[in-house]
Design a protein around this ligand. Structure first.
Ligand code: ADP
Ligand code: MG
Length: 271
């Protein structure tokens, strides 16, 4: 299975941006499913109390007994909570309970390490772990970044895409300084991209320049197929051939080659 780092531990990727609606959850599910197609054993982690990742993979958060909440608080073992999905990824699900975890974790020692500790228990079962961070920079996102080998930042190609990126990068540097010196920056993922306008391209190169961020290739085009897939509880890869699925498959190949063989990531450059 290509995506296994040499030492046998899974490659752990946090997908983070405190802005909502930039396709974090979509990226985690679609990239996860694409890596499964490439033969990797993939765990996706829902760290958002809204449970959108859980729901989009066919599990209703309202009907789930135990969740990532119980795991973070040490009340359940991670393997008691994991769910399988039709797309072939395993999910550590979230429910609304997680909204209270923030406050409960704040009173605990080592609160940033709760997810990292839990993932260690299933390290031999997965090649890749992808973490869907919530739209905030609180203790849940800190748990995601602390558990990760690398972080990827989805950016919607619209005006003001850059707002908050500086703050997010500062949080990443704090984590690198304090709880996770090994955390690497994979780069930005351009989402909801409209290739027909120069506007999307200008915004991307502006953000990349301003923050010295690599933009991974390919950009993910805007297509209605994502909404359709969401409603069906499947990822966009499960449907008919479409440009959204193709883009995530290409991205998965680039990331897999990078992790498995140290190949340079394919990055996007403004023409
Ligand atoms: P986040 O997790 O950052 O809040 P989501 O992944 O939930 O963002 O995406 C927000 C909305 O945008 C969802 O309705 C999703 O279906 C839609 N979406 C995501 N990516 C695309 C895309 N490439 N084209 C069209 N719609 C998309
Ligand atoms: Mg989300």
């Amino acid at each position: 299975t290509g995506a296994t780092p040499p030492d046998g531990a899974p490659f752990v990727l946090a997908v983070a941006n405190q802005k909502g609606g930039v396709a974090k959850t979509t990226t985690v599910a679609s990239l996860g499913a694409a890596l499964v197609e490439l033969g990797a054993r993939v765990l996706v982690v829902d760290l958002d109390p809204q449970g959108c990742l859980t729901f989009s993979l066919g599990h209703n958060p309202d009907r789930i007994e135990n969740s990532v909440h119980d795991v973070l608080l040490g009340d359940k073992r991670i393997d008691e909570v994991l769910l399988e999905t039709e797309d072939g990824v395993t999910v550590l699900p979230a429910t609304l309970d997680l909204a209270g975890a923030e406050a409960l974790l704040l009173m605990r020692a080592g609160r940033e390490y709760a997810l990292k500790r839990a993932l260690a228990d299933v390290a031999d079962r997965f090649d890749v772990v992808i973490i869907d961070c919530p739209p905030s920079l609180g203790v849940l996102t800190l748990n995601g970044l602390t558990a990760a080998d690398a972080v990827a930042i989805p950016l919607q190609c619209e005006t003001l895409a850059h707002r908050g990126v500086g703050q997010l990068l500062k949080t990443v540097r704090d984590v690198q300084a304090i709880t996770n010196p090994e955390l690497g920056m994979l780069g930005a993922i351009a989402t909801l991209y409209d290739a027909r306008t120069t506007h999307s391209r200008d915004i991307l190169s502006d953000v990349a320049d301003r923050y010295g961020l690599a933009v991974l290739s390919p950009p993910i085009p805007r297509t209605v197929r994502f909404a359709e897939a969401n409603a069906a509880g499947r990822t966009v890869l499960a449907g008919r051939k479409n440009k959204g699925a193709t883009a995530y498959r290409e991205l998965a190949q680039s990331i897999r080659a990078h992790v498995a063989d140290g190949a340079p990531l394919v990055t996007w450059a403004a023409e």
